[in-house]
Design a protein around this ligand. Structure first.
Ligand SMILES: Cc1cc2nc3c(=O)[nH]c(=O)nc-3n(C[C@H](O)[C@H](O)[C@H](O)COP(=O)(O)OP(=O)(O)OC[C@H]3O[C@@H](n4cnc5c(N)ncnc54)[C@H](O)[C@@H]3O)c2cc1C
Length: 444
């Protein structure tokens, strides 16, 4: 078995196969594993290729981290659901069973009027009654700004903006609660984002157990958290993981598949292609039988994520390990001192498209520095900053998106990756679930 790509999808597929006693070889083009969720060293400081967080409902990711030797309670700082837009809005879930914890959190949220809190709580109750599945519009019923454009017949997905308007979520509720949630979860602005995919995330995070809505921030970097441990696990189980060994071509034969890699050719019975969508399209394009998968990949659009890391003097800290800002450039701020013991290191995350893309990296860092001074009185000058701009961080999670299936027209060539078909937006859990699905399907 061969796996192309050592990101979370590829390493999950490989670890799952290894756990079933199947010999596996992973080819990763970069020097280190992890892909978009990898550790990055800068100025002798361990950073990530963008600050990430996991949710308690990321069951497959958490299971696999433990399979390869991690320990969830030791590896993560676990924060109970709390959305804090500094000075503007605050929602904190009490220690009650789900989904009661959320309803009480909505009814006691700071920064909303009583009527706004009631509207938000009623909306959540309606979503629960609908089992977090969008209803089909009745004949003759018009959804506001309904876009049923690209979906299949009977499809009822709409944008998040349309959903919020449909259920009376006004401008304040939208800008303080739903918009920050949607951008954080889907990395897509609400006027472009799929309501159904947002509901899938809300269903899994908010509606089952209270721990599902916990936010998990790792004490270690994202390469060490899973891919590096997975590589050791795969090798202990007889497999191989090659880094700096990119695959340049995939050549299907009658009964097997040959990969042309940086170190020569390798032939396998099955291949899982677990690269980013653009590389997958490049590798699959020469294979005529895969034209449908390639066309679907080509149809995906992308959204950026910017992370601004700032190293302040060690005494600088935020009031909370993670908190948001309302209508500022910095959407979410993370205090790496409180999360990972990296005193004075702050990270500002700016997800999805926006005017920040018109600024130079120095200008953007200066905006974040100004916001930290204005919001928290941090007057110290950072020793250094580092802007990591991932222009194609995730696919744009639009309504009715036709994402390529893990199964292709070649039964022994499968696709894994956060962009492949699934309930989730482009997330670690989506990537991991796709890898596990490929592995299970091959081993079956
Ligand atoms: C800045 C940022 C912040 C994010 N924040 C979050 C978050 O908070 N929570 C969350 O759940 N998700 C988050 N995501 C999304 C998450 O990182 C991705 O969904 C996930 O990492 C995708 O994994 P993947 O394995 O599908 O793809 P990738 O990570 O892209 O992995 C593909 C791998 O294939 C390798 N490769 C490419 N070409 C070749 C080749 N020719 N031969 C061999 N190997 C090759 C690449 O080097 C890479 O290692 C974030 C993403 C970014 C960029």
């Amino acid at each position: 078995m061969g796996v192309i790509g050592g990101g979370y999808a590829g390493m999950s597929a490989a670890a799952e196969l290894a756990s079933r006693g199947i010999s596996i070889t992973v080819f990763e083009s970069a020097k280190q594993l992890g892909g978009r969720a990898r550790g990055v060293m800068f100025n002798d400081t361990q950073l990530d290729n963008g600050q990430h967080l996991l949710l308690g409902c990321y069951r497959e990711t958490l299971r696999l981290i433990e399979l390869v030797g991690g320990d969830i309670e030791q590896d993560f700082l676990r924060l109970p659901l709390q959305l804090d837009l500094h000075g503007q809005f605050s929602l904190k879930a009490p220690r009650l069973p789900a989904p009661l914890h959320l309803l009480v959190a909505l009814l006691t949220a700071q920064g909303l009027t009583w009527s706004e809190r009631m509207k938000a709580a009623r909306f959540m109750l309606t979503l629960q009654r609908l089992n977090f599945t969008l209803p089909r519009p009745l004949a003759g019923e018009a959804w506001p700004v309904l876009s049923l454009s690209k979906g299949g017949e009977g499809s009822s997905d709409i944008t998040v903006s349309s959903l919020l308007a449909r259920y009376g979520q006004d401008a304040t509720l939208t800008s303080k609660l739903w918009e920050p949630l949607c951008i954080a979860a889907l990395n897509t602005p609400i006027h472009k984002a799929s309501a159904q995919v947002l509901l899938n995330v809300l269903r899994d995070a908010l509606n089952r157990t209270r721990a599902d809505s916990d936010m998990l921030l790792p004490h270690i970097d994202f390469t060490a958290l899973f891919p590096q441990r997975a590589a050791a696990y795969i090798e202990r189980n007889g497999g191989k993981v090659f880094t700096s060994c990119g695959v340049e071509a995939i050549v299907p034969n009658d009964n097997d598949i040959t990969l042309a890699a940086a170190d020569g050719t390798h032939t396998f019975s099955h291949i899982i292609c677990a690269t980013s969508p653009s590389v997958a399209a490049k590798l699959l394009r020469p294979i005529a039988a895969l034209a449908h998968s390639v066309a679907q990949i080509d149809g995906l659009q992308h959204q950026p994520i910017y992370t601004v890391y700032l190293q302040y003097p060690p005494q600088v800290r935020l009031p909370h390990p993670m908190l948001g800002l309302h209508q500022r450039f910095s959407q979410w701020l993370f205090d790496k001192g409180q999360i990972a013991g990296q005193l004075g290191l702050l990270a500002a995350v700016i997800s999805a498209e926006g005017i920040h893309q018109e600024l130079s990296q120095d200008e953007l860092a200066q905006k974040v520095i100004d916001e930290l001074r204005e919001e928290f009185g941090i007057t110290a000058t950072p020793h250094w900053f580092k802007v990591i701009a991932e222009k194609r961080a995730t696919f744009c999670c639009a309504p009715n998106l036709q994402r390529p299936s893990q199964h292709t027209a070649l039964s022994n060539l499968l696709l894994a990756g956060d962009y492949t078909a699934g309930d989730y937006p482009a997330t670690l859990e989506g990537a991991v679930m796709s890898g596990v699905k490929c592995a299970r399907s091959i081993s079956a």
